[in-house]
Ligand binder design. Structure first.
Ligand SMILES: [Zn+2]
Length: 552
């Protein structure tokens, strides 16, 4: 890709993010302080780094990526010397034929790109990343950047203010508002966007894991138009809802060249319709999860392929169950396996998998979906959340018939999943003999490595962490620009897996109790979810607060 020789100031004006006067003001500040223009604009609180990324992506069609060291091909690191990478804030990603893909904080440095092309004799394709992701990745592949540890302290008050503000000038039309909000949410790796109307305006809040932050406010006068647009995207009738009940739909957006699925939920409130957009950026969550437990999940996938039967994945809401399901489904040979997924609703479109929605022109219930999947000659059946545990016996019969079934329901841990399930069945023999295993899981927020600060374990933790780690270290959340002041970046997946065995089958058939299943798992040396979270705590990857949020 050749980057057009366009100046950042002009791009930001074209996107209505700043005015010509503001650009002049920033240019004189830039000269005075000897800064790059982007830094000067951010310093003065005129734009945020996200605004710049959004504008570059939109105007120059440069794709934005969540850069991390895992996506860098080791063989290409030598193509960009450390000094050059530092000076022009660029990271090599991978080479395909005579094309080298790189990622830059400032892709308008066209001379640096041309020089790299001349030196390597390769054509260069550029994507954009945040300064924070660049610094983290640089440190991981080339070694620490000078002064990297003081980034958090350098955060100007203006930056903190600009994280929460109104829609930029000139972007008041519904289309631009929607584009801007969704773009910002994806750049910030947000899970959900809340549009909450009140008497004064519509509050836009972003949720990442358990923390909710106010992002901006939009005027009430465009709210109805924003809702109508979102409903059209979601293929839901655009008339305002008057009857109670939630409407659910989904749509896809491209953000800087990347397709992302969104699930939309509309609900009437006294001040107008509230909307929640759930961002299913599985590539983002998937890469975080895979980093922490790829080998474990591959092992489970291997077990599923070998044993057939039913795998129950349990945990509370937001425990990454769908992502685990998708990872296991994708591990099958998709050309030689017929996979039918019955979802409520479909969260992400998958290739080579037959996906059928419950409700809205799909099947009427999960049970109908199961019958249909059997008629459709499926080898592997994925049934989304089982609100309806009474159909467990039907699912078990499918497992006994040689099908592989993946499904999930809510339960605290693996032993309680077994007792919960047994509470719903007349005949435990069918369930026990068609079983692949019980996998229980949680998502643990991991501390932002840029700003976490050393702390002391509270006395009641000292003994517990000493039992799991050799030299326990305690860190606490602080908050910096890179982590949107939350103190956390990324998530780790922890799991407890009880596989099928003859002893387990016997215990299920004789309907043993929770304590007996719990003891059985400990005898097998299967670590509990709490044990795994303690390990993350003792190695300083998560905080005491996060541990207590999950295991109070
Ligand atoms: Zn941070």
């Amino acid at each position: 890709m050749t980057i057009q020789k366009k100046r950042l100031g002009d791009i930001l004006i074209d996107c209505d993010l700043i005015t010509a006067e503001q650009l002049q003001q920033a240019l004189s500040y830039q000269r005075e302080k000897n800064l790059k223009l982007g830094a000067a604009l951010i310093d003065q609180g005129l734009v945020t780094e996200d605004d710049i990324i959004w504008a570059l992506g939109k105007q120059l069609n440069i794709s934005f990526i969540h850069l991390n060291a895992n996506i860098v091909e080791p063989a290409v690191v030598k193509l960009i010397p450390a000094e050059y990478a530092k000076e022009y804030r660029m990271i090599p990603l991978y080479q395909s034929g005579n094309q080298l893909s790189i990622c830059m904080v400032d892709p308008l440095e066209s001379e640096a790109i041309e020089n790299l092309g001349a030196k390597t004799q390769l054509s260069i394709s550029v994507s954009i990343c945040t300064r924070y992701d660049f610094e983290q990745t640089y440190a991981a592949i080339y070694g620490p950047l000078e002064g990297q540890e003081k980034v958090e302290g350098d955060m100007a008050p203006a930056d903190k203010q600009t994280m929460e503000r109104g829609i930029p000038k000139g972007m008041e039309s519904p289309d631009k508002v929607i584009n801007y909000i969704i773009g910002q949410a994806i750049i910030n790796k947000v899970d959900r966007i809340h549009f909450e109307p009140s008497e004064k305006g519509v509050l836009i809040r972003f949720r990442t894991c358990s923390s909710l932050t106010k992002k901006l406010e939009i005027p009430l006068k465009i709210h109805q138009e924003v809702i109508s647009k979102l409903k059209i995207f979601s293929q839901i009738s655009a008339a305002p809802r008057t009857s109670p009940g939630m409407s659910v739909g989904h749509f896809k957006v491209t953000v800087s060249g990347r397709w992302i699925n969104l699930q939309s939920m509309f609900y009437p409130t006294v001040h107008g319709e509230m909307v929640i957009l759930k961002i299913n950026d599985f590539s983002n969550l998937g890469s975080q999860i895979l980093k922490s437990s790829k080998s474990f999940l591959d092992q489970i996938a291997g077990n599923v392929k070998k044993n057939y039967g039913v795998l129950y994945i349990t945990g509370p809401r937001e425990s990454g169950r769908t992502t685990t399901h998708y990872h296991i489904l994708n591990s099958f040979n998709l050309e030689r396996t017929k996979i039918v997924a019955i979802e409520d609703p479909v969260q992400c479109t998958l290739s080579n998998i037959t996906q059928i929605q419950v409700g809205q022109n799909g099947v009427g219930s999960i049970k109908e979906g199961l019958d249909l999947a059997l008629l459709l000659d499926a080898d592997v059946i994925y049934l989304d959340h089982l609100g309806d545990l009474p159909i467990v016996e039907d699912i078990s019969f499918a497992g006994l018939g040689g099908k592989t079934v993946l499904t999930s329901f809510m339960a605290y841990d693996a032993p309680s999943s077994i007792t919960r399930l047994l509470g719903f069945v007349q005949d435990p023999v069918v369930v026990a003999t068609s079983l692949c295993g019980f996998l229980s899981q949680r998502l643990v927020r991991t501390l932002c490595s840029q700003c976490k600060s050393p702390a002391q374990f509270p006395p009641e933790f000292a003994e517990r962490v000493a039992a799991v780690g050799e030299k326990p270290v305690c860190f606490t959340a602080t908050g910096c620009e890179g982590c949107q002041l939350t103190g956390y970046s990324g998530r780790a997946l922890i799991n407890e897996f009880i596989p099928n065995s003859s002893t387990l089958r016997q215990m299920m058939i004789s309907r043993q109790n929770y304590q007996q299943f719990y003891q059985f798992a400990r005898k097998q040396e299967i670590p509990t979810l709490e044990d795994k979270a303690l390990r993350l705590l003792s190695s300083g990857e998560t905080s005491v607060d996060e541990f207590l949020r999950l295991f109070p």
